[in-house]
Design a binder for this molecule. Sequence first.
Ligand SMILES: Nc1ncnc2c1ncn2[C@@H]1O[C@H](COP(=O)(O)OP(=O)(O)OP(=O)(O)O)[C@@H](O)[C@H]1O
Ligand SMILES: [Mg+2]
Length: 355
Amino acid sequence: MSTSTEHVDDVPRNHGTATGDPHVSRETAPALAWAVGGLPPEIDGHRAALVASVPEADESTPLAAQLAIDARRRIELQGRQFPRPERTRIITVANQKGGVGKTTTTVNLAAGLAQSGLRVLVIDNDPQGNASTALGIEHRAGTPSIYEVLVEDEPLRNTIQECPSVPGLYGVPATIDLSGAEIELVSLVSRETRLRRALDAYLLEREERGEEQIDYVFVDCPPSLGLLTVNAFVVGREVLIPIQCEYYALEGLSQLLKTIELIKAHLNPELRVSTILLTMYDGRTNLAQQVAAEVREHFPDQTLRTTVPRSVRISEAPSHAQTVMTYDPGSTGSLAYLEAARELAERAPRPADLR
Ligand SMILES: Nc1ncnc2c1ncn2[C@@H]1O[C@H](COP(=O)(O)OP(=O)(O)OP(=O)(O)O)[C@@H](O)[C@H]1O
Ligand SMILES: [Mg+2]
């Protein structure tokens, strides 16, 4: 795979519209009906044979080992359709610690799922607007954004933009206005539930209009536990916590879990931490291995098997207004996020996760 266009275009899509408009319904092409349930057995069998043909690399040659992992992931994942959830999964990506990979994880998982045939909406709920930048959507002051939704009761539908490089991926931008929202929200009625009301109304309206289901909604949070994050916890049914594999990684985690428990007790009984993703992992260091082992010990069911390595390509992508999934689809970082997206999609959500 050499270009993003090639990657997106050679994937048979199981839904979507010619215009890319998320509001317009379209019948699923019967010829692609198999895609909803995954690939036909003969294709999966072919993939398995190819994966088996990749030679095992000696652990003493880490570069060769990484190349072998990448080759297997490429064969396994490219062009694969991920299972569509029965109902919309709403996932809040949070960690009050700054710079741990919340935004990077949000946009890349979202892009990976969209590239694999699903319809995905990212809500940028952070005044920094980093997710809007990575998605390549307009977020200059004055653009209809999450601020208007939260503070001025603007319908969510009016703020949604299509991500230019990934069909099936949509975003609600955050503009600089959002930096005042924490204070403005304090005096508003139902200040904690405004995002939930807006999203629930939008999803219900889609259903009533016969529009196709949004499969995943991701909410990117700022690095704090203020009202913006509280709104994100009230709208989310699942929380995804990215954890950076560094010394201070686990500090502050108990505070985060306590906040989630409080929200669960008072505002959103469905909320649960469903997923933990280890980010910026450098397997060559003992420290990263120790942090990963500790996280897995505490959260054996939630922690994804896939870890995201430190990767220059991942950090470069936003400066090109892209996710790494289109900026360099064949890179180690991109393949790791695609693998993580597959894991997320293949874990069957319990009824409590469903809208
Ligand atoms: N796997 C990775 N490899 C290399 N750089 C990474 C990786 N993941 C994230 N980064 C870089 O680390 C920085 C922080 O990442 P990111 O913005 O995703 O964190 P965040 O938790 O959203 O930060 P904030 O708390 O400010 O919102 C960014 O410059 C990003 O490009
Ligand atoms: Mg961020």
